[in-house]
Write a protein that binds this ligand. Structure first.
Ligand SMILES: Nc1ncnc2c1ncn2[C@@H]1O[C@H](COP(=O)(O)OP(=O)(O)O)[C@@H](O)[C@H]1O
Ligand SMILES: [Mg+2]
Length: 352
C-alpha cells in the first residue's frame, strides 16, 4: 500500500502538542523506574508524527503520561511539561483533564474491545462521548455522520460491539475518538491486533481523517513500515528516551543512531510489513537498573569507551537530531547535503 502523505508541513506549523522534558516514574518493589525519561516531542497542526521503538521502550507510557491516564496508580509524571495548544496539562486538576480527554484529544488503542462497553450499542457509546463534552449540534445526526466518515453504515449505531468484526470495532473507536473534532489524536498501536488487510484499511482511514480534518496525529507503533507510509516526522524511542528524530524521509535515507540503523535494516530487508524483524541483537534493558552512560551501549555495535560512562549529547543531524557519541565532534552534521540545507527539525529551531 502506498499512501500519499502530501507535502511535509513547514517547521513553523503551529504546534498542537508540545511535550518538554517529560519524566514519568513508576514505583516498583525494585525501586523507582523511569519508563519516560526526559522525552520531548512536538506535533504540529495537521501533522502526522510517528513514535516508534521496540516493545517495552516506553511508547505507551509516553501516551499515558500525556493524558495522565496510567494503567497503574504507581505511575506519575514527576517532571516536564505537556502543552496542548499552549495550555500545560501537567498543571490541570483531574476534573479539567477529564474535559480535555475526548474533547481536545481523541484516543485510539490497540484493542478496541477493551474500551467499548459490550452491553451498550455503538450509537449509545458515541452519544455518551458527545454528551459528556456538550456537543452543540444534533447528536443522532452527528453519530450518523461519524459512522459514515469512518466507512460504516449509519445503521451500525444500533449494533452491539460483539456483533462487529475487529476492523469495524476499530472504526467505531476511531469514530468515538474524533467525535468532538479534537485537534489531536493519539493512536497507540491502532492496527496491531488486526489482520493485515484490515490494518491497511484502518491506516488509510486514519491518514484520510488526519489530512481532511487537519488533525494532529501522534501514531505510536513498533512498526517502522507504518511510520513510513503515514507520517511526516518520526521520533525513535529506546529504553524510555528519544534517541533520534527527524523528517521520515531523512531518517529512512540516512539514519544516524546505530539503534535506528538496526531497526531500519530489519524493515528494509523484508518486503511485507507484517514480517518486520528487529535486527538489533539483545533486548530492551531492565529499567529498574538501566545501563550507565548511553542506555543502548550494551547492544551497540559501535560502542566506544565514553558510551559506557556518560549520557550521549543530543546533536543536530541534518534536519533532525540524534543522541549519540558518534556525532559528538560533528555538531550540525549533514547540513551540507544537497537539498538538506534548510532546517526542518520539528520545533523549527535553527540547526546549529
Ligand atoms: N503497569 C506497569 N507497571 C510497572 N511497570 C510498567 C507498567 N507498564 C509499563 N511498565 C514499564 O514501562 C516500560 C515501558 O512500557 P510501555 O510504555 O508499555 O512500552 P511500549 O509501549 O513501548 O511497548 C516497560 O518496559 C516497563 O518497565
Ligand atoms: Mg505499548
Amino acid at each position: 500500500m502506498e499512501l500519499d502523505r502530501g507535502p511535509a508541513p513547514a517547521a513553523s506549523t503551529e504546534p498542537v502538542l508540545e511535550v518538554v522534558d517529560l519524566v514519568t516514574e513508576i514505583r516498583s518493589v525494585r525501586g523507582p523506574i523511569r519508563p519516560v525519561n526526559r522525552v520531548s516531542l512536538r506535533v504540529g497542526r495537521g501533522q502526522a508524527v510517528g513514535l516508534v521503538g521496540e516493545s517495552g521502550s516506553g511508547k505507551s507510557m509516553t501516551a499515558f503520561s500525556i493524558m495522565r491516564l496510567f494503567p497503574t496508580p504507581a505511575a506519575r509524571v514527576v517532571e516536564g511539561r505537556v502543552l496542548l495548544q499552549g495550555r500545560d496539562l501537567t498543571e490541570l486538576p483531574e476534573s479539567e483533564l477529564r474535559r480535555v480527554r475526548g474533547n481536545h484529544v481523541g484516543m485510539v488503542f490497540q484493542d478496541p474491545s477493551a474500551y467499548l462497553n459490550p452491553v451498550i450499542t455503538v450509537g449509545a457509546q458515541i452519544a455518551e462521548q458527545l454528551l459528556a463534552h456538550n456537543w452543540p449540534g444534533d447528536v443522532e445526526q452527528r453519530i450518523a455522520e461519524l459512522l459514515t466518515q469512518v466507512g460504516l453504515r449509519p445503521e451500525v449505531a444500533k449494533r452491539y460491539p460483539h456483533e462487529l468484526s475487529g476492523g469495524m470495532r476499530q472504526r467505531v473507536s476511531i469514530a468515538s475518538a474524533i467525535a468532538c473534532d479534537p485537534p489531536l489524536v493519539l493512536a497507540d498501536e491502532p492496527t496491531t491486533a488486526l489482520d493485515v488487510t484490515v490494518q491497511a484499511q484502518i491506516l488509510e482511514l486514519l491518514a484520510q481523517l488526519q489530512r481532511k480534518q487537519g488533525m494532529g496525529l501522534l501514531l505510536i507503533t513498533h512498526d517502522f513500515g507504518i511510520v513510513a507510509e503515514l507520517c511526516d516526522y518520526v521520533y525513535i524511542m529506546y529504553a524510555g528516551e528519544v534517541i533520534e528524530e527527524g523528517p521520515v524521509d531523512d531518517v529512512f535515507e540516512q539514519p544516524r543512531h546505530p539503534y535506528t540503523q538496526g531497526l531500519l535494516q530489519g524493515v528494509l530487508s523484508v518486503t511485507r510489513r507484517d514480517r518486520v524483524r528487529v535486527t538489533v541483537p539483545g533486548s530492551v534493558p531492565d529499567l529498574a537498573n538501566p545501563p550507565s552512560g548511553c542506555r543502548f551501549h550494551p547492544r551497540c555495535p559501535r560502542a566506544m569507551p565514553q558510551c559506557r560512562t556518560a549520557p550521549p549529547p543530543r546533536v543536530t543531524a541534518g534536519n533532525g537530531r540524534t543522541a549519540c557519541w558518534l556525532y559528538e565532534s560533528d555538531q550540525g552534521i549533514g547540513q551540507q547535503r544537497p537539498g538538506g540545507s534548510h532546517d526542518r527539525t520539528n520545533d523549527g529551531s535553527a540547526a546549529s
